[in-house]
Ligand binder design. Sequence first.
Ligand code: ADP
Ligand code: NI
Length: 215
Amino acid sequence: MNQANIIAAAEEFVQRELGGDSSGHDYWHIYRVWQTAKKIGQEEGADLFVVELAALLHDIADEKLNESEAAGLAKVRGWLQEQHVAADALEHVMEIISTMSFKGGSKTGMETLEGAVVQDADRLDALGAVGIARTFAYSGAKGQLSHDPHLQPRTDMTAEEYRKGKSTAINHFYEKLLKLKNLMNTSYGKQMAEGRHAVMEAFLEQFYAEWEGEK
Ligand code: ADP
Ligand code: NI
């Protein structure tokens, strides 16, 4: 298969695997990360075949969808082999996906430009208008309030409390989202993050004004 056919097959594979997921990693999250990664990859001169494949497959090995992370990674490797992806591209995609899905992996730097691009695209999907929508959707699903002025943002939450949603949607901006801009790897990714960061700041300002009946 040529590269375009492999990308098309990957899109179908992901749709099949993630179609029913409602944990915030539905197919449309993958679609957005794919589009954003392509854009950043073009601007940064990255290998687009590796970028697109890694973006499409980055959440397939998630442990929520597999018996273990290792089983998820083995599934992705098996699929890439079936498509006869060349060995160097295959290993590169696997390296990116395993670094991204590794717990706390977001804290270790990506090894290659292509990995940096895909991680930036994944982080960008938590920012801006889409990021705001995802945060309120996630909060509702976890039974969190949108906002409680008596509940301060917390920086000391355990991973367990964080996952269960022991805060509020508004607090999530301070606990995580407003910090992401400074974690971007690529210069084009950083530029996109700045635009999306500004959208969130404007949203928060309007939100507090409405809360007090000021606007
Ligand atoms: P990812 O690995 O793609 O960042 P997560 O599963 O951590 O995904 O989160 C999915 C979406 O839900 C993201 O947009 C994230 O910002 C949001 N989210 C994650 N945790 C919380 C939380 N405790 N409260 C509100 N939104 C959250
Ligand atoms: Ni993701």
